[in-house]
Design a protein around this ligand. Structure first.
Ligand code: DX5
Ligand code: ZN
Length: 219
């Protein structure tokens, strides 16, 4: 089993100094930088737009993993790609044409991901496996950091692991929401390859970031 990697969500960073926070979490061992984009429509919160991603881009060479919680997503895909996103993930519920949206992301030369909410069935992946680089399993309902991990994500991760293995493709399996050192080991054992962690990465302030990420990887 390859070691699990960590994508800290900057939703839990200090927004008054985001550039500094991105540099600090990068230096602390972040593998990807997870950017939560919320629109107060698809989810009940409002966060980061393409201009912020563009401003943050010079602060890290790590892949920017942009999680789009917006409806519709299509209109923003290009803007985030231009701003410097490397991976763009969308929820099937956020638009009528998931296939088209994924094609659009790929055509922009970016990696494409599908995000499954806690109640979204695996069948959402049925006809798009050839178009994706990543499956993102939500282990909370999207909209806020700091929520409790939903246990039913675990069997779901195991089932998706089987599907990915059967497909023979190299598709990343990422988990997002309530991830901490207490469940990271079980998530990796279930087949996750990338863990999003907001609270668990940023808690305690910059002096703790390296230890926080190390604890997640060690778990
Ligand atoms: C929730 C976001 C998550 C969230 C994770 O809608 O997609 O990325 O920030 O935060 P924690 O790790 O605090 O649950
Ligand atoms: Zn996220």
């Amino acid at each position: 089993m390859p070691p699990v990697r960590i994508a800290p969500s900057i939703l839990s960073a200090d927004f008054s100094k985001l550039g500094e926070e991105v540099r600090a979490i990068d230096a602390a061992g972040a593998d990807w930088i997870h950017v939560d984009v919320m629109d107060n429509h698809f989810v009940p919160n409002l966060t980061i737009g393409p201009m912020v991603v563009k401003a943050l881009r010079p602060h890290s060479q790590k892949p920017f993993d942009v999680h789009l919680m917006v409806q519709p997503a299509d209109a923003l895909v290009e803007a985030f790609a231009e701003a410097g996103a490397d991976i763009l993930s969308v929820h099937p519920e956020s638009g009528p044409h998931l296939h088209r949206t994924l094609m659009r992301i790929r055509a922009l030369g970016k990696q494409a991901g599908v995000v499954l909410n806690p109640a979204t069935p695996l069948s959402a992946l049925d006809h798009v496996m050839d178009l994706i680089d990543l499956v993102l399993v939500m282990s909370v309902n999207p909209g806020f950091g700091g929520q409790s991990f939903i246990e039913s994500a675990l069997p779901k991760i195991e089932a998706i692991r089987k599907r990915i293995d059967a497909s023979g493709k190299s598709i990343e399996l990422e988990v997002d929401g309530g991830v901490d050192a207490g469940n990271a080991g079980r998530l990796a054992a279930a087949g996750a390859t990338m863990l999003v962690a907001g609270t668990a990465s940023f808690r305690g302030g910059p002096d703790r970031y390296a230890a926080n990420i190390a604890a997640l990887k060690a778990a």
